[in-house]
Design a binder for this molecule. Structure first.
Ligand SMILES: [Zn+2]
Length: 164
């Protein structure tokens, strides 16, 4: 890329609409991220449409998002499958997102305290009725169709759990 195709070579412009000076810019970055010892979590998302957590064999604490060691005992944890139901702790509307969630902006995202888990996990909420997004609302995890899953946290989302 060179010359006038590079946005950084373009002059800044005044935006009447926003009342600010705008500088064209570009940021392209391709890289790979190793999921390391948490790889089974991402692999299960992609290949099986399952949400895994980790359980302490000593005290029984369950972590989802997974933790490879217990925060209380420091014991190594074991993989377990989460039931996928839980309660909403808080939520917001996301207007700026990176990578694979860009296509969903704006979207609702919340903290979901999965049943049995020590801490909430963050997830996209597919709930149309804003008045139903109250703290304590019952939610359950859902997954994209297999052909659309990529082993990313955007493979799952939460919907209202109408039956529990
Ligand atoms: Zn423990």
């Amino acid at each position: 890329m060179g010359g006038n195709e590079d946005p950084r070579m373009q002059p800044g412009i005044w935006s009447e609409k926003e009342g600010v000076f705008i500088l064209p810019d570009e940021w392209k970055l391709s890289y790979q991220v190793s999921c390391g010892e948490l790889s089974p979590f991402f692999r299960a998302l992609k290949e099986e449409g399952r949400l895994l957590g980790m359980r302490c064999p000593s005290c029984g604490a369950v972590y989802c998002p997974p933790r490879s060691w217990c925060h209380d005992c420091y014991a190594d944890t074991d993989w377990v499958e989460m039931a996928g139901t839980g309660t909403l702790t808080a939520w917001t509307t996301v207007y700026f997102a990176a990578s694979d969630l860009v296509e969903k902006v704006p979207f609702r995202q919340g903290g979901v305290h999965l049943d049995g888990a020590r801490y909430p996990i963050i997830g996209r909420l597919e709930v149309e009725e804003e008045e139903r997004l109250v703290s304590g609302a019952r939610l359950r995890v859902a997954f994209k169709p297999q052909e659309e899953r990529r082993g990313r946290v955007s493979d799952y989302y939460f919907v209202l759990d109408e039956v529990s």
